[in-house]
Design a protein around this ligand. Structure first.
Ligand SMILES: [Fe+2]
Length: 577
């Protein structure tokens, strides 16, 4: 049975293919059309899904969309009626969502086929149920507490659920305008980070601040009778502007979230690209601090209702790896399963798996084994791309390739590492990565000036052999998808200085040999050279979506000052070109 899952006309449009209950292929449209956070229809992603298994759209039995404009209608209407001035925007928003109804014609036109060929049944699933489904149905558990939180989806910002067997029972919804995601986005905008997706950057700024404004910020987003509430004096009213707008080219633009109330409390907002002041850093600190307070409070409440050690979690806010790293000490949960695509691209697999298990009542047999669900490219195809770019390269067997690359990293070289199937989700996890030595004091600056050009305050991440994690980090709960930040043990911080953040933490990827044998063996080869079972891992890109095809990797290699590129079995040295 083939189920196609879609996230469409929403940021991070994506498609995923579930075959007999197993996710066999999944990809965000941005990786193919190269438009970051693309929010139109994922035509190329659908084609890639079908191509991956040699299927035609006529072979698809079910199509599942992770959005349902009919969901929570009563709450939407109640909000609109209480604020008549905003009702026009509401109607406009609703009209845009009506476009979702035409899945059949959208697919027929994207694939240039006759709609009569399409025999699938169509399903629409509420946004946050799709998020929770994306985590729970990929987890190995038969029972878990389900939690989803983000800016908004189908008029809801937070959902709690009891997950058992095939069922996800919704226990609680928090409706707009109250939203932890909107709170975070609003403060990010106020301190000059206004692009969709900038929240992850500001998370890295927070530890540079101190506790100056927690009291004030707690009034903006605080606890309220076991729940949380935003103080709306500090926000532009929902519906008073376009909010998150999808432009005709599929890019996402955010309208201003903060009101004059913020200016009254904290002074003028920071303009982008101007110097960061202590005020901005202290605001980032308070934002992360208050976010965590509310998050842990909600999780503790959820645990009271679903007393279980397993937490299946998704939603854009579940990418807050700092909060995720602390939840074991602040809540009774002992295990997390956070899907690698915790953000909205993950809706595609959530909707598809929900259709399989909850709608069609099919048994649960599969768990997600790794994040490598994207396309792979043959050695011949890669060689062709290298020749076309007029690059000299050597082709190496597995062992010599690992030894050579590990030796290069040990000497301080920066190497593009392009291998196997592309990762699903926003993190590069050793197949579309740039790797370097984690213990060289100048490595962070070198990477930034030569390749990544990122903000000075953003840390780089370590990939560590899973069996060595406890020796280097204060927590041993695995972080296979780079979604937990833990303290680095004090005696190891100097050895890991290029990945040790200002608060002595690292957003680690624990690498298990079963999940990625080639990458694990690369780290092991590096360990033989240096004694360190850790490499620095940053995504293979430069201010663009992560590279997908060999041509994009080669282009990035040529544009930046990487020392070498290991692409499939081929090794390119800058010094030889
Ligand atoms: Fe979402």
């Amino acid at each position: 049975m083939l189920i196609l899952g879609l996230n469409m006309f929403h940021a991070d449009a994506s498609a995923a293919l579930v075959q007999d209950g197993e996710v066999v292929f999944a990809i965000a449209e941005e990786r193919l059309n190269r438009v970051k956070h693309y929010a139109g229809f994922p035509s190329l992603a659908v084609k890639a899904c079908l191509e991956a298994i040699g299927a035609k759209i006529g072979d698809i039995d079910h199509v599942a969309v992770g959005q349902d404009s009919a969901a929570n209608l009563a709450e939407k209407v109640r909000y609109a009626l209480s604020r008549p001035a905003k009702i026009l925007n509401f109607i406009r928003l609703r009209q845009r969502k009506e476009a979702l109804r035409g899945v059949r014609s959208l697919l027929a036109s994207a694939l240039e086929c006759d709609p009569a060929e399409l025999r699938f049944q169509e399903h629409h699933l509420e946004h946050h149920i799709a998020h929770i489904a994306s985590a729970y149905y990929c987890s190995p558990w038969e029972k878990a507490a389900g939690f989803s939180y983000d800016g908004s989806g189908d008029f809801v910002s937070t959902m709690m659920a009891r997950c058992e067997g095939n069922d996800i029972e919704v226990l609680e919804r928090v409706y707009l305008p109250h939203s932890l995601g909107s709170f975070y986005t609003m403060i990010c905008e106020f301190i000059g980070y206004k692009q969709y997706g900038d929240e992850g950057k500001v998370m890295g700024l927070a530890p540079y601040g101190k506790d100056t404004y927690c009291e004030q910020v707690r009034k903006i987003a605080g606890l309220h009778n076991g729940d949380f509430r935003l103080s709306l004096d500090y926000f532009k009213p929902l519906g008073s502007n376009e909010g998150m707008q999808v432009l005709p080219d599929g890019t996402v633009r955010l309208a201003r979230h903060f009101s004059e109330g913020m200016v009254g409390l904290f002074g003028e907002p920071r303009q982008p690209h101007t110097e960061l002041t202590q005020r901005d850093m202290d605001l980032a600190y308070a934002m992360q601090h208050c976010f965590e307070e509310v998050f842990f409070h909600l999780l503790n409440g959820l645990h009271d209702r679903v007393p279980c050690e397993n937490l299946a979690m998704a939603g854009g806010c579940a990418l807050n790896s700092v909060a995720n790293g602390k939840l074991f000490s602040r809540t009774p949960f002992r295990r997390t399963w956070i899907q690698p695509a915790a953000g909205d691209e993950g809706l595609a697999i959530g909707a598809a798996l929900h259709t399989y298990h909850a709608v069609l009542k099919q048994p649960r047999r599969h768990t997600m084994k790794n994040s490598y669900l994207g396309p792979a490219f043959s050695a011949e195809r890669i060689a062709g791309a290298l020749q076309k770019a007029h690059l000299r390269y050597r082709t190496l067997e597995r062992g010599p390739m690992l030894d050579t690359v590990a030796g290069l990293i040990a000497e301080g070289s920066v190497v593009g590492w392009f291998q196997g199937r592309m990762e699903w989700g926003p993190r590069a996890l050793g197949n579309r990565s740039i790797v370097a030595h984690p213990g060289l004091p100048n490595m962070k600056e070198a990477l930034n000036s030569r390749i990544k050009h990122r903000e000075w305050f953003r840390p780089f991440a370590p990939s560590i052999k899973a069996d060595c994690q406890a020796e280097y980090f204060e927590h041993d709960h695995p972080s296979p998808f780079m979604l937990h930040v833990y303290k680095i043990r004090s005696e190891k911080r100097t050895q890991l200085c290029a990945v040790n953040h200002v608060d002595d933490t690292g957003r680690l990827q624990s690498v298990n040999r079963q999940e990625n044998p080639l990458y694990y063996d690369l780290i092991q080869a590096f360990e033989r050279n240096t004694g360190l079972p850790v490499v620095l891992n940053t995504s293979f890109n430069e201010n663009e979506p992560i590279v997908c095809a060999p041509e994009e990797a080669i282009d990035c290699f040529q544009r930046t000052r990487m020392d070498a590129l290991a692409i499939g079995p081929h090794l390119v040295r800058r010094s030889e070109n």
